[in-house]
Design a protein around this ligand. Structure first.
Ligand SMILES: Cc1cc2nc3c(=O)[nH]c(=O)nc-3n(C[C@H](O)[C@H](O)[C@H](O)COP(=O)(O)OP(=O)(O)OC[C@H]3O[C@@H](n4cnc5c(N)ncnc54)[C@H](O)[C@@H]3O)c2cc1C
Length: 433
């Protein structure tokens, strides 16, 4: 471990932006969103406000051989932005959002709602995540699933350039023309690999008006609705994105929800093809819709989660059986296809372009121990029978054969890029490339 003198040398560069365990605020600052990892005690948290701070941190970690992790929105499912005895590079102080025409520069520490508020004020839109405090950093590097994704693609599909500090301490600008392999890897290669991004630049589109819907169904209908939803999404315009959430219980409950880029009357016509349920449709501006999906502000939660990418339908009866009596467990299906599927699987590092949907499996850690919750989670993840691949944004520390699951055929090229930019494995973490 670094000596007090070593930390003093880093403090000479960062000032009181370096927070050590004995400093005021450390216990609040160290906490990840997933409180299953609330026990983690990083050696220090560097509240970076400029790329030079990030450079100082990477030079320090590389020299001292201690773990280091970037932190944008703290939402890593596996708590990877809170490394035990490591240095947290907190990017919250770098969260500016500047729109210029159909382009936006976003500091890596920005949260979803901050992004939506700033870009919609300029009449622009970006497909990005739902939860209000998910960070643009971890989301973009994973791919970025959005409620308008079938019409506009993944978040990473809109990335035009990024500035990144690589483990050698260099601040680099990457784009299709500058360091194209690294630029390719940043679009789906997963958070925590290759370097620490300080700023992203995205292409935006004019903000659309949206029709948003939610539909609930009588008790006992989750299997049928799940089947009907999967059939329905096979033949829909790109403008319609939807999800199907099945919550464990006796019996399990099902809800459908989604957005349509267009007027409510056109959405109603498409919804009429679904089983009859309690349907609500709202017309909303882009920003109103993003607020709607962002939900209430929450400080943190204890959960274990995982995912599978669906290439073919999963029988609804199987989903209902898996969740029968499993209070606090759920499976959430998000539809893919449309603009997401029109990008070649090797055009960016995100490999799951042919998926019909993602399935996020989730178990709250409330009345069970973490180990028991993980057993339930594994039974859901593997019991779906939906193949062996998953979404790196929902990173699961117990994902079987995780490198192939998350990266598929892009794995070899990603490892080559990681070796080139991080030959000494400064950024190593349990599921790092
Ligand atoms: C409540 C909730 C809602 C979600 N909703 C969505 C959604 O709608 N769509 C979707 O696609 N995903 C969603 N996710 C998943 C989310 O995209 C991932 O958890 C993502 O990794 C979170 O990024 P973060 O910056 O908030 O997390 P962090 O914990 O800060 O970072 C996650 C990982 O990325 C690394 N990282 C973070 N910033 C950088 C950076 N600037 N440079 C290099 N590495 C970095 C970290 O070291 C860590 O390994 C959701 C997650 C949660 C918990």
């Amino acid at each position: 471990m670094p000596s007090a003198g070593d930390w003093a040398a880093l403090r000479a560069r960062l000032g009181d932006r370096l927070v050590l365990p004995q400093d005021v605020g450390y216990d609040r600052l160290r906490l990840p969103h997933n409180t299953v990892y609330a026990h983690r005690r990083p050696a220090a948290i560097a509240r970076c406000t400029r790329p030079e701070d990030v450079q100082a941190c990477l030079e320090f970690a590389s020299h001292q051989r201690i773990p280091i992790a970037a932190r944008s929105g703290k939402h890593s499912y596996a708590g990877y932005s809170a490394p035990e005895n490591g240095l947290v590079v907190d990017l919250r102080g770098m969260s500016g959002v500047q729109v210029s025409g159909n382009s936006v520069r976003i500091g890596a520490g920005a949260h979803m709602l901050e992004v939506y508020e700033a870009i919609s004020a300029a009449g622009q839109a970006l497909p990005a995540g739902t939860c209000r405090s998910v960070g643009i950093g971890g989301l973009t590097l994973s791919g970025g699933i959005s409620v308008i994704g079938r019409r506009y693609g993944l978040t990473c599909d809109h990335l035009t350039s990024a500035t990144i500090v690589t483990p050698d301490g260099c601040l680099r600008t990457v784009s299709a023309h500058e360091e194209p392999d690294l630029f390719w890897a940043l679009r789906g290669g997963g958070g925590g690999n290759f370097g620490i991004v300080t700023q992203f630049t995205f292409r935006t589109d004019p903000a659309p008006d949206l029709a948003v819907f939610s539909a609930t169904f009588p008790a006992g209908s989750s299997a049928d609705v799940c089947d009907a939803w999967q059939e329905w999404i096979g033949d829909l315009p790109d403008e319609l994105w939807s999800g199907c959430g099945v919550r464990g219980g006796s019996p399990p409950e099902v809800e459908l929800y989604g957005t349509y880029v267009g007027p409510a009357k056109d959405l109603h016509r498409l919804l009429d093809r679904l089983p009859t349920g309690e349907r609500t449709v709202w017309e909303m501006s882009y920003l109103e819709a993003m607020h709607h999906f962002a939900g209430a502000a929450e400080e943190g939660a204890a959960y274990v989660a995982s995912s599978r990418m669906l290439r073919r339908r999963v029988p609804g009866a199987q989903v209902a059986t898996l969740l029968d009596g499993q209070r606090d467990a759920s499976v959430q299906f998000d539809s893919f296809g449309g603009a997401i599927g029109r990008v070649a699987p090797d055009a960016t590092a995100f490999p799951h372009r042919d998926a019909i949907a993602s399935a996020q499996t989730y178990v709250k850690v409330i009345d069970r121990t973490e180990a028991e919750s993980r057993r339930v989670l594994a039974s859901l993840r593997d019991g779906l029978g939906a193949g062996t691949t998953g979404y790196v944004g929902y990173i699961d520390p117990e994902m079987p054969d995780w490198p192939a699951a998350y990266y598929g055929r892009n794995l070899a090229r990603l490892r080559e890029v990681a070796r080139r930019y991080d030959p000494d494995r400064v950024l190593a973490f349990p599921q790092g490339l």
